[in-house]
Design a protein around this ligand. Structure first.
Ligand SMILES: C[S@@+](CC[C@H](N)C(=O)[O-])C[C@H]1O[C@@H](n2cnc3c(N)ncnc32)[C@H](O)[C@@H]1O
Length: 246
């Protein structure tokens, strides 16, 4: 999608750890959507294997801050950066929850986050053996717990020039998600990029119970008995900043 991509995400092979994937359909879609040459400094929240930040660095992003709440994700990202021979002056780590980051201390113009967003109303986290995978996926009762915490945190930061890109599943009802986020947090949001992907089998029982209307609202498609959802990359800016860029 972006110009000047030297390293397509398909060609980047990173290591994984138990419960932490090297790449997922979400991270691949996110990478494809980033205009890496337009920004100077990225904060990759919930970096996991480091795929989004590493892809960005390999494609001309000058600097990346990697953040994750799980120490094993930080270790894995460090390992993957070394394996990709990325110079050490191109990145830094901010360990711990994003909620403890004070953005005024850093010069950042893009934040990316593929948040955990699996609703525990739909699937019990006990289907995942590893605690690390539970933290990777757990979006609380509605799937929006970490996402809401993210916007609460961001709205308290003394900055209005940062662009946010989030990977959000159509299962969370994208149109109403955009509407409420814009209203509650004074942000302007757009659908930047989208990809149709097969639904994981463990979600089939939940989707099969839905009415046709509800399936439509959640952009569920059935092709040859296979269920699909959409991954949306939503982009948010402060409302005044978005007007300036119009
Ligand atoms: C769905 S995974 C995405 C990982 C990677 N960015 C990717 O796209 O493959 C979500 C990541 O967010 C991290 N995470 C969860 N809660 C967090 C928090 N409060 N602060 C920072 N990271 C968090 C998890 O450890 C996990 O690595």
């Amino acid at each position: 999608m972006t110009e000047k991509i030297v390293y397509p995400v398909d060609n980047i092979n990173l290591a994984s750890r138990t419960g932490i994937s090297a790449k997922t359909p979400f991270s691949e879609t996110m990478c494809e959507s980033i205009d890496t040459h337009q920004y100077k400094s990225l904060l990759d929240i919930g970096c996991g294997s480091g795929i989004i930040g590493i892809y960005s660095l390999l494609n001309q992003m000058p600097f990346v801050y990697f953040n994750d709440i799980q120490p094993n994700c930080i270790q894995l990202t460090k390992y993957n950066l070394q394996q990709q021979s990325i110079p050490k002056n191109k990145y830094e780590f901010i360990e711990g929850s994003f909620e403890s980051i004070d953005l005024s201390k850093y010069s950042i113009d893009l934040i990316t986050f593929n948040p955990p967003q699996l609703s525990t109303d739909w699937v019990s986290m006990n289907i995942f053996k590893e605690d690390s995978e539970k933290i990777f996926r757990n979006g609380g009762k509605t799937g929006k717990k970490v996402i809401n915490n993210f916007f609460q945190w961001f709205s308290k930061q003394p900055t209005n020039k940062i662009t946010i890109q989030l990977g959000i599943s159509s299962l969370l009802k994208i149109d109403s998600f955009l509407e409420t986020t814009e209203k509650e947090f004074n942000l302007s949001g757009i659908k930047k990029y989208m990809k149709k992907v097969p639904l994981r089998k463990f979600l089939y029982p939940m989707v099969k119970k839905m009415s046709e209307r509800e399936q439509n609202e959640r952009e569920i498609a059935i092709i040859d008995n296979v269920f699909y959802k959409n991954i949306h990359i939503l982009q948010f800016k402060n409302k005044s900043q978005a007007k300036l860029n119009e």
